[in-house]
Design a protein around this ligand. Structure first.
Ligand SMILES: [Zn+2]
Length: 305
């Protein structure tokens, strides 16, 4: 009898202790949330901002925000489609430079909040045909792609070469365009580090890249024009219009689009096409992102491209 009583008492006691602990925790959580909300409000954030901030940011990031001055763009930045949590500090640091939220996100994601050719790292060669080469990702002096083949004069000006896979797809594309009465012509293709050095010495930073930083060294880039056309005159040709509609079906994307100079680091080049394979080229085209942005978000951050 006594034993049973004791057992019951212990059970009740445990129940009471657990109940009290739960109540205290709930009170503490509510108090803490209120404290955070109050502190955010005091900094100048609106009720809507506070909801976004507490929903989207980790506790550590909220602490960070609390240590900073009010930032009018914060809620929009962290709600942006291509927001990457690790970049929060850099978005905020870059935010006074433009009111365009998408630009803040893109510029920081690709690393263009740093001067061109600074904060550089070696291209990840394991990416294969997806490798990113730009003003922040370089190939070593001695990088030589394998499977380089010569392009027949039928499809190119003299003396051009590219990777075999790219060549095969380019020829298919050439034939499809040709069936519609159009003629594509390659006027620049695979370049060694030394070729690029010569090109760079003769040109300027806006067009030619520094040796090691050129996509042409990958063997995956082709400059495509048509007869008697040079430079951006190419964009007025039917060949260009055809490529806009069809290039991705053969694995190619327009690499340096119009109005994206601040992201790619290159002036618009209607002639420069990069091979990524059909699947990825189609995804990049549909995303309407430059490959630099696409790579930063999907390949690096989401780890799937
Ligand atoms: Zn090019």
């Amino acid at each position: 009898m006594k034993k049973n009583l004791n057992k019951n008492m212990i059970k009740r006691l445990i129940f009471v202790i657990v109940f009290v602990l739960i109540v205290v925790s709930v009170i503490l959580i509510i108090q803490n949330t209120n404290k955070t909300e109050k502190a955010l409000k005091k900094l100048g954030y609106s009720k809507e901002d506070i909801t976004v901030i507490t929903e989207k940011l980790s506790e550590t990031d909220v602490e960070k925000v609390l240590d900073m001055e009010y930032n009018q763009k914060l809620a929009s930045i962290i709600s942006a489609q291509y927001y990457i949590p690790n970049n929060l500090d850099r978005y905020l640091a870059y935010s006074p430079k433009t009111d365009n939220i998408d630009d803040i996100i893109s510029i920081v994601n690709v690393g263009a909040d740093n001067e061109w050719y600074t904060n550089t790292e070696e291209t990840n060669l394991d990416d294969g045909i997806k490798m990113l080469v730009n003003k922040y990702h370089y190939l070593n002096t001695d990088y030589l792609p394998d499977d380089i083949v010569e392009i027949s004069n039928w499809y190119a000006y003299e003396g051009h070469s590219t990777k075999k896979e790219v060549y095969d797809k380019y020829v298919s594309m050439w034939k499809a365009a040709n069936e519609e009465g159009l003629t594509l012509l390659v006027n620049s293709s695979y370049r060694t580090f030394e070729d690029q050095q010569n090109e760079y010495d003769m040109s300027n930073d806006d067009y030619a890249s520094k040796p090691g930083f050129s996509e042409h060294q990958t063997g995956l880039a082709l400059d495509i024009v048509t007869y008697n056309i040079i430079g951006n005159e190419f964009e007025n040709t039917d060949e260009f219009k055809w490529l806009q509609k069809n290039a991705h079906k053969y694995g190619f994307i327009l690499r340096y689009p119009k109005d994206k100079e601040h992201i790619t680091g290159y002036n618009y080049e209607s002639w420069h096409y990069r091979y990524l394979g059909k699947e990825l080229a189609t995804k990049v085209k549909e995303s309407d992102l430059t490959y630099d942005e696409y790579y930063a978000y999907y390949c690096e951050y989401k780890k799937g491209c």
